[in-house]
Ligand binder design. Structure first.
Ligand code: SF4
Ligand code: ZN
Length: 347
């Protein structure tokens, strides 16, 4: 019997991956984030590495980032060059939060060697404009020893690990996402973070495949409750349809629809009201497009802006003002699509 991972690996093996250089980052951009009650500039770097080891052997059902990997795994000087190229995008910024992704794990030494990690962290420590460093990692690599090393090199500069927990349900993480780690593994990393003065951001995934819209909302609200004492920031990703993924295959067969924007509006409102101490954010990537989260054609862009505004300000009053006639349709979907396991009833 084939497993969910076999199915995903089969899809991955049929993709053509474009050759890509080892000394250029996969992507870099500037933006803004909520930070200590205000708003700060950010610089995001996606390092090109050998790729997420989990994604390389199958991996998560919604993830197309694995195709961003370098053709030849970068060495320390390639990574240093990637870093310098990315930092040149921040020339005009006085100070900023540095967000590091690798489309995998910054703390996995198969992607970024210990030598490269130390060198890069030293550069971040020396750059006075960088006010905080956030690195993305699977929790298993966030051990107490590694986090201690990072915080020591950064010399007191705030340091955060961002982990794609997706949900606190081991069942959904295994059967809908194929994430390959348990909630206990996240809890262990959160404890190591606490012991080393590292903060934690948990990425959650709204509406992985095989869940109805209502189940997806309930899953995220439950997860917020479960991680409230383990993470300081919660960032909710709205599942979109990336190329070369199981989610794409289901979507092509009309067996998957990305979440409604009303669902995230409801989650942000309820989550923040219950946990005012938590920073809860969401960036509705691809909102309004056919592969992205959406409401009706008329309001998707406007509601996406409302979600972004809330993410920066954390002011729930912004969410209460949002309205459109399609809200009634969404409420009907909540009642009906428990019977269709997340396949679209109407679009
Ligand atoms: S979502 Fe993260 S852990 Fe999963 S395959 Fe993609 S990069 Fe790897
Ligand atoms: Zn609408």
């Amino acid at each position: 019997m084939s497993t969910l991972n076999d199915l995903i690996l089969d899809i991955r093996e049929r993709q053509r991956i474009k050759p890509s250089p080892s000394n250029e980052p996969a992507a870099t951009w500037t933006g803004k984030d909520h930070h200590e009650g205000g708003v700060s500039d950010t610089l995001t770097i996606i390092f090109r590495t050998a790729g997420c080891w989990w994604g390389n052997i199958g991996g998560c059902s919604m993830c197309g980032y694995v195709y961003d990997k370098a053709t030849t795994p970068p060495n320390t000087s390639d990574l240093e060059e990637q870093y310098e190229r990315a930092l040149s995008r921040a020339d005009k910024l006085d100070n900023f939060i540095l967000k590091i992704f690798t489309s995998g794990s910054f703390l996995d030494e198969k992607e970024i060697s210990e030598e490269a990690r130390i060198l890069l962290l030293q550069k971040m420590a020396e750059d006075k404009r960088i006010i905080k460093v956030i690195v993305e990692t699977r929790p298993v690599f966030a051990t107490k020893d590694v986090l201690k090393q990072c915080t020591e090199i950064l010399g007191g500069k705030p340091f955060e690990i961002a982990t794609g927990l997706e949900t606190s349900s081991d069942n959904i993480r295994a059967r809908s996402i194929n994430k390959g780690f348990t909630f206990a593994s996240f809890e262990k990393a959160a404890l190591a973070a606490k012991e080393t003065g590292t903060s934690v951001k948990a990425y959650l995934l709204l509406k992985p495949p095989f869940l109805s819209e209502r189940e997806a909302i309930e899953d995220i609200l439950q997860t917020i409750d479960d991680v409230a004492d383990k993470a300081q920031t919660i960032s909710i990703n709205l599942c979109n349809v990336q190329r070369g993924t199981l989610v794409e295959q289901l979507w092509e067969r009309d067996q998957y629809r990305p979440p409604w924007l009303w669902s995230i509006v409801e989650i942000l409102k309820k989550g923040k009201e219950k946990h005012p101490e938590l920073v809860i954010t969401s960036d509705p990537v691809g909102a309004g497009s056919k592969r992205g989260p959406r409401n009706c054609r008329k309001c998707s862009r406007e509601i996406a802006d409302v979600i972004r505004d809330f993410s920066l300000t954390q002011d729930t009053a912004i969410l209460s003002k949002a309205n459109c006639e399609c809200k009634g349709l969404w409420k009907t979907v909540l009642e009906l699509d428990d019977r269709t396991f997340g396949s679209p009833i109407m679009d």
